[in-house]
Design a protein around this ligand. Sequence first.
Ligand code: SF4
Ligand code: SF4
Length: 92
Amino acid sequence: MEERKFPCDKCTICCRHLEMYEPAKYLDRGDGVCKYLNEQTHLCSIYESRPDFCDVRMYFEKEYKNKMSWDEFIEFMKVGCRELQENEKYKK
Ligand code: SF4
Ligand code: SF4
C-alpha cells in the first residue's frame, strides 16, 4: 500500500511564524518570517536543502517515530495547521 502523503496546502503560515518554534528562530529575518521564503512565489528558496524540521517526513522520523504512526502524525499535524490558519484568519 502506498504511504499517505502529508496534505500541505502550501499556505506558508508555518514559514511566517518562526517565533513559535525555538529551533527555527535562527531563520527569522526579524519579523517572524523565514529569510528563505520567497514572498512572490510563496515557495521555499532552499527547498532541496531546507532544515530537517521543515521537512515533515524528516521531522516525523527524528521526533515522533517512536511516539506514533505516520498516519497518526499526519492527523496531529493537520490539527496544528488548522489552528495556525484559524489564528491567521482572525488577525485579518
Ligand atoms: S501551516 Fe501546514 S498547511 Fe500551511 S504550509 Fe505549513 S505545513 Fe503546509
Ligand atoms: S527554510 Fe523553507 S520551509 Fe523552512 S521555514 Fe524557511 S521557507 Fe519555510
